[in-house]
Ligand binder design. Structure first.
Ligand code: DQA
Length: 149
């Protein structure tokens, strides 16, 4: 059985749909989960989608990915801009990492322009709302198939 792609979501993303919909849209995390499951099935990728508000839990999941996952798609939300611990974990995870943000963080406050995830990421997708996760799944499928050649 192929290892799943972990789709990891950080703090406050459980509030999607009601949280600042002008910025993050009307989609809930369950909508994103359903859309990702559908696209992942088409791409033949098993996935495991998780959300936590706790920084240490995100770090533990990234550590688990080494050995248990084929890749990581991560929206670390606010921890993106603060977490050296997450950067260190991502650097050690040994699987491809794609960073996702619903909003275009570069159009927003300057503190959101700094990412501790990007230095460990293969690439970054931001500004496309929930669709960004689907783009990330497509990119991950392509990275994993070229890795396997
Ligand atoms: C976010 C952008 C972050 O700056 C913010 O803290 C979030 C969500 C996004 O998906 O656009 O919580 O990661």
């Amino acid at each position: 059985m192929a290892k799943p792609v972990f789709i990891l979501n950080g703090p406050n993303l459980n509030m999607l749909g009601t949280r600042e919909p002008d910025i993050y849209g009307a989609e809930t995390l369950d909508d994103i989960r359903a859309n990702c499951s559908q696209r992942a099935k088409q791409l033949g990728l098993p996935i495991d989608i998780r959300q936590t508000n706790i920084e240490g839990e995100l770090v533990e999941w990234v550590q688990q990915a080494r050995g248990q996952a084929s890749g990581i798609i991560i929206n670390a939300a606010a921890y993106t801009h603060t977490s050296v611990a997450l950067l260190d974990a991502l650097k050690a995870c040994d699987v491809p990492v794609i960073e996702v943000h619903l909003s275009n963080v570069y159009k927003r406050e300057s503190f959101r322009h700094k990412s501790f995830v990007s230095p460990a990421a293969h690439g970054v997708i931001c500004g496309f709302g929930g669709q960004g996760y689907l783009f990330a799944l497509e990119a991950m499928a392509s990275i994993l198939s070229s890795d396997n050649q």
